[in-house]
Ligand binder design. Structure first.
Ligand code: OAD
Length: 255
């Protein structure tokens, strides 16, 4: 049984989505937590166990590419073995019925796409992609094809001979220009932005909902905890993404 407050918040979220001509979603690690993929912050977060400066920076890769590769190979295998959860599926369904236009995600997994979402913007790259570490070489390959070799030999670029690296954005690196500008455009167009499963502390992603807000739109937050956007959110639903989004979808379909 859900509490009366949670029921009311779910109704309110459905109402806002229904009445918004353009709704976008910003997601973070929390939406994939129910698929068994760890988040970054908090008690069981990755950054509680590992040091980002040793594993997720260009400098770390230069210093110890094997260590960095081992950690990413572990994350790749973990993510590839997981399945989309009811939260991903509810968002995909909302897009299918025209009520959600796009998903801007900080996540490097592909669970939104595997749930059926089509218009997904990856701000921090993707684990399924491996790229050349030489910035002037644009060689790319699917991670699955090189993953078995990692333990024997670090993968190198068949075009320029440089080491290959995970296709994700590391600390200190710029976000992909095209994705970032698409995300800004989506936020500008939106009258509602759903902010789901992100602590909203990493920039520039954390500021994207403020673009919607500045244009007169609304921020709806779905998260079991408060975040750095809670103070500016128009609605904050305190619950897990799977339960809340499934319930919102039910209301949307009923109306
Ligand atoms: P965080 O780990 O910072 O935050 C995860 C959020 O998910 C927290 O606010 C949790 O309360 C929330 N959460 C946990 N379980 C949830 C559930 N079942 N439903 C909904 N929310 C839930 O992850 P991000 O905000 O995604 O960047 O982190 C942003 C970036 O920091 C990542 O993309 C990554 C990291 O360093 C890079 O690696 C560049």
């Amino acid at each position: 049984m859900r509490g009366e407050n949670l029921e009311k918040e779910i109704e309110r979220v459905a109402f806002e989505i229904k009445n918004s001509p353009y709704t976008t979603v910003l997601t973070g690690a929390g939406i994939s937590a129910e698929s068994g993929i760890p988040t970054f912050r908090g008690k069981n977060g990755l950054w509680n166990k590992y040091r980002p400066e040793e594993l997720a920076t260009p400098h770390a890769f230069e210093r110890d590419p094997r260590l960095v590769w081992e950690w990413y190979a572990w994350r790749m295998r973990l993510v590839f073995s997981k399945e989309p959860n009811p939260g991903h599926k509810a968002l995909a369904e909302m897009e299918k019925i025209g009520l959600v236009k796009s998903i801007i995600t900080q996540n490097v997994d592909d669970l939104h796409e595997r749930a059926g979402s089509r218009n997904v913007i990856h701000l921090h790259g993707e684990l399924k992609e491996v790229i050349c570490s030489n910035r002037s070489c644009d060689y790319k390959v699917e991670a699955e094809t090189i993953l078995n070799e990692i333990e024997k030999k670090l993968p190198t670029c068949p075009e320029c001979g440089s080491l290959l690296r995970p296709g994700v954005v590391w600390f200190g690196e710029s976000l992909p220009t095209e994705e970032l500008s698409k995300a800004f455009q989506e936020a500008e167009k939106s009258e509602v932005i759903l902010v789901i499963g992100t602590s909203a502390v990493v920039q520039p992603a954390a500021s994207i909902p403020l673009i919607t807000k500045r244009k007169g739109g609304k921020i709806i937050e779905i998260n079991p905890d408060t975040t750095s956007l809670t103070g500016v959110a128009d609605v904050s639903v305190r619950g897990g993404a799977g339960e809340v989004l499934t319930a919102v979808l039910e209301v949307l379909k009923k109306d």
